[in-house]
Design a binder for this molecule. Structure first.
Ligand SMILES: Cc1cc2nc3c(=O)[nH]c(=O)nc-3n(C[C@H](O)[C@H](O)[C@H](O)COP(=O)(O)OP(=O)(O)OC[C@H]3O[C@@H](n4cnc5c(N)ncnc54)[C@H](O)[C@@H]3O)c2cc1C
Length: 412
């Protein structure tokens, strides 16, 4: 087993670290002050700099204008970008657009690619992914009320969605809707591309999250589809393919998220160390001399390092065996890394005292906005259930009501 990073990738990571420090972090401070929309000019300039430096679409092959990195390499890039809330946005590899690009590349028709994918890749437009409904448990996504019915040459979509990230200012939404209620559970829904300016699409509001409604990409919207008419060719992929496509979208996405969370952890740990090394409790006695703080630093260091290895190994497994066979590993990193993120952020804030909860550092932003990490992409409890069920299966325990199969364990 070789843990060395190839020299070329090492060089790229160095270049990215400098880019994040020198170019991204100053714009991050403008976004913190003015909001995402208020910092539009600075963000556009930042993206232009990234693009001209060849730092663009790291997740996509070169033939689509990307950097052609594999999942492990992109994971490492994602960690560096994660140090800033706008790091991924700067390189056009932010959620939910990155997932939507993958779906369009894989399942989009030629016309859909021309109209939506090309400008998305160029960074000229943004998109959103509209699946969760306030009336139904998002953790059971197959249960939804949004429908799409064929009316002549059009699909007519009716439904209510929320927490559609980045809908504010997006050019289009990829919407999940039931097209065949009588089909088997996973074949009931299909995906549609809906232009955000469709008269049947009502933008209700940006939902205030932990005191902030946000704006632009940095927001989560409530949307109503009321008789929203889209042409028959607005369907993405194939009829009944909605859940199949959504699943394919999630595997690599979880690697990106987990490595982004580790980037946040890295920055928080650095800030914790800096504060501990400089904050004097009394003349000559620094916070970092206290064993409690040393414990937090040491524990955070070990937890981040262990989590990173787990995520990279999962990325490596996805590359080797595919996302479906790596399902248990993917679930394990999702809840484990989200938990490490919460702990490290909390310790970093505590080490900063009152400054930690002020908006004078980026820690409070991360704390507010990343609490959602334990909820989105499947709540932690659902992922724990996936892992535990797999382990228990080996001991003969299936779903409730199923006969025990007498397994003896050991196999993973
Ligand atoms: C920041 C953020 C961004 C999001 N972005 C998008 C987006 O762009 N597009 C989109 O469509 N959706 C988005 N979502 C919605 C997200 O996918 C859902 O919030 C998520 O699937 C959980 O659904 P829910 O909120 O309805 O919670 P519920 O399903 O009601 O679950 C509530 C809680 O119940 C517990 N629970 C649920 N199921 C189980 C179980 N099987 N076993 C044990 N405990 C369980 C968990 O603790 C869970 O947190 C986003 C959410 C957040 C927080």
């Amino acid at each position: 087993m070789d843990f060395d990073i190839q020299p070329e990738l090492s060089k790229l990571l160095e270049q990215l670290r400098a880019f994040v420090r020198e170019e991204v972090e100053p714009v991050e401070r403008v976004v913190a002050r003015e909001g995402f929309d208020g910092a539009a000019a600075e963000l556009a300039e930042l993206r232009a700099k990234a693009k001209s430096a060849g730092l663009w679409l790291p997740q996509l092959p070169a033939k689509h204008g990307g950097m052609g990195l594999g999942l492990v390499a992109h994971g490492l890039v994602s960690e560096v970008l994660g140090r800033s809330p706008i790091g991924h946005y700067a390189l056009n590899c932010q959620a939910p657009d990155a997932g939507n690009m993958e779906v369009l590349l894989e399942y989009g028709s030629r016309a859909q690619k021309e109209r939506w994918l090309e400008p998305l890749l160029a960074g000229e437009i943004r998109s959103c992914f509209s699946m969760t409904e306030p009336e139904h448990a998002g953790s059971n996504p197959v249960w939804m009320s949004t429908t799409a019915r064929l009316d002549g040459e059009h699909w007519v979509i009716d439904g209510h969605k929320w927490f559609t990230t980045g809908a504010d200012g997006a050019a289009f939404a990829i919407v999940m809707a039931v097209t065949d209620p009588d089909a088997s559970t996973y074949k009931r829904a299909s995906m549609f591309i809906v232009p955000m300016d469709d008269p049947g699409l009502e933008f209700v509001r940006n939902i205030s999250v932990m005191g902030e409604p946000g704006s632009g990409w940095a927001s989560h919207a409530e949307l109503r589809y009321r008789g929203c008419r889209v042409p028959a060719d607005a369907m993405l992929g194939f009829p009944g393919g909605g859940f199949f496509i959504a699943q394919a979208r999630l595997g690599p996405g979880r690697i990106h998220h987990c490595m982004r969370w580790l980037g946040i952890c890295d920055r928080a740990l650095e800030m914790m160390c800096e504060r501990a090394a400089n904050r004097e409790l009394s003349p000559g006695k620094y916070l970092g001399h206290k064993q409690t703080i040393q414990n937090w630093i040491a524990e955070s260091h070990a937890e981040i390092q262990a989590a990173r290895l787990l995520v990279l190994q999962t990325a490596w497994r996805i590359e080797k065996v595919g996302a479906a066979d790596a399902r248990v590993d993917i679930s394990a990193i999702k809840f484990h890394v989200a938990d490490v993120l919460m702990r490290v952020l909390d310790r970093a804030i505590q080490t900063h005292g009152a400054l930690g909860i002020s908006d004078d550092t980026v820690l409070s932003f991360f704390y507010r906005h990343e609490r959602g990490a334990r909820i989105y992409d499947g709540p932690d409890e659902v992922h724990k259930s996936v892992v535990a069920r797999k382990r228990l299966q080996a001991f003969g325990l299936g779903r409730p009501g199923e006969p025990r199969n007498g397994g003896r364990g050991g196999e993973r």
